[in-house]
Design a protein around this ligand. Structure first.
Ligand SMILES: Cc1cc2nc3c(=O)[nH]c(=O)nc-3n(C[C@H](O)[C@H](O)[C@H](O)COP(=O)(O)OP(=O)(O)OC[C@H]3O[C@@H](n4cnc5c(N)ncnc54)[C@H](O)[C@@H]3O)c2cc1C
Length: 377
């Protein structure tokens, strides 16, 4: 089949790879002018995806990881309360993104091209792409993220739902600190919990993928209940005064929000975490939303990644879910079958929505067990 993919981030690239592995003619249109550059943080390693790609002859060792050894919970004085072995392999968004880009042939992706509409007809689908001729294909795969324009077109009345809490996040080079200062954090997934908030920190590869001690980075996340509309408005207004819907990216937090973050850290966090926050040059902010598209396919259009379903970050599965969507879709669209493309997509969509719906439900359960979010969310 000829398949057009809208969006060239993790979901779009993963699907482009898995679908071309099984012989489909795939092209990705990414609206950003250049390959994406995350200053972004930690993600778990994409196990299913690596296995699938290796089975199809790709070398995936570059999707490397920094393994944690222990999960530790500390109190406000830094004393260890609980400690249990945990082998969670963490990678970073940048590392995963770069290795997906490297595996996909360059002529399969066009940058600076936005998918702006589509029209289905009897034998296919015509896709409108900003600044060019329409493209004919057998199907359109929307990998256009949480604010999916495709989802909005298919389901204009659907809205994602605020979960009642936010995440402050940051990445900081390990080398900013002396080895002794951060000794307790290396090799550990360290967390601190108190009423209405939870902080966690762990190591991820350096921006260039480096794994050597001293060249890695700490990734931290601080979830806090926040329902005060004025505070949300303040923190979602960037350094240039623009109001955003759900997040402020690294480098764009206002000075006022950064100051408030440091004050909150001083008041509520153990000293080691206060230090991580204060020394982070470009923290970022995200309000937590749940989204589950009413369906993952309509006719010849299918939704994947965050466009289909956005799960909470502490389920550690946003990126791996996108990769699993890609593997599941390729499995559904391979092999001999009597079914046509719309039937195959409908079948895949129903199964996949059911599977990720269960993952989505885990988010509020986990959050409630941490005292995050409101009971009715
Ligand atoms: C630069 C960047 C850095 C990130 N860093 C992290 C991180 O550190 N940790 C983390 O957990 N998650 C991060 N994320 C989010 C993470 O990628 C997603 O939550 C998850 O992996 C699912 O990805 P996705 O591809 O579905 O959505 P997204 O990553 O949101 O990607 C959607 C893509 O679609 C493109 N797009 C949107 N509309 C159109 C259109 N109409 N036509 C063409 N293209 C379109 C966007 O430009 C974007 O590249 C980051 C996302 C981006 C874009």
């Amino acid at each position: 089949m000829k398949i057009v993919i809208a969006g060239g981030s993790i979901a779009g690239l993963s699907s482009a790879l898995t679908l071309s592995c099984i012989g489909h003619d795939v092209h990705v249109y990414e609206r950003s002018d250049v390959p994406l550059r995350g200053k972004g943080g930690g993600v778990v390693v994409l196990r299913h995806m690596m296995k699938f790609l290796e089975q199809h002859g790709h070398y995936t060792q570059k999707m490397i990881s920094v393994p944690t050894v222990m999960r530790r919970r500390i109190d406000v004085n830094g004393t260890v309360l609980t400690e249990e072995p945990e082998k969670l392999p963490f990678s970073s968004w940048d590392t995963v993104y770069r290795s997906l880009c490297a595996m996909l042939s360059k002529d399969r992706i066009s940058y600076g091209r936005e998918v702006v509409g589509f029209t289905e007809h009897d034998n296919g689908i015509e896709i409108d792409i900003d600044g060019g001729e329409p493209v004919d294909a057998d199907m359109l795969l929307a990998a256009d993220g949480i604010g999916s324009r495709t989802r909005a077109k298919l389901f204009p009345n659907y809205e994602s739902k605020f979960a009642g809490y936010v995440a402050w996040r940051g990445i900081i080079d390990e080398s900013v600190f002396s080895p002794l200062e951060v000794e307790a954090l290396v090799n550990n997934f360290t967390m601190f919990r108190d009423a209405g908030h939870m902080f966690m920190a762990f190591l991820i590869p350096g921006l260039d993928g480096a794994l050597e001690p001293g060249r890695r980075r700490f990734n931290w996340l601080w979830y806090r209940n926040e329902t005060d509309a004025a505070a949300l408005h303040r923190h979602l207004t960037d350094d240039l005064g623009h109001r955003h819907h759900a997040s402020i990216s690294p480098g764009h937090l206002s000075a006022e929000s950064f100051e408030e973050l440091c004050e909150l850290a001083t008041r509520h966090l153990p000293a080691i975490f206060q230090q991580l926050v204060r020394e982070t040059r470009e923290p970022f902010f995200q309000s937590i939303f749940d989204a589950l598209s009413p369906s993952f396919s309509v006719g010849r259009v299918a939704l994947t990644g965050d466009a289909a379903c956005t799960v909470r970050p502490h389920t550690a599965s946003g990126t791996s879910k996108a990769a699993d969507d890609a593997v599941a879709l390729a499995e559904a669209l391979s092999g001999d079958t009597e079914l046509n493309v719309k039937e195959l997509l409908a079948l895949w969509a129903a199964n996949r929505r059911d599977a990720v719906g269960r993952l989505l439900a885990k988010g509020p359960e986990l959050a409630a067990s941490f005292g995050l979010g409101s009971a009715d969310m």
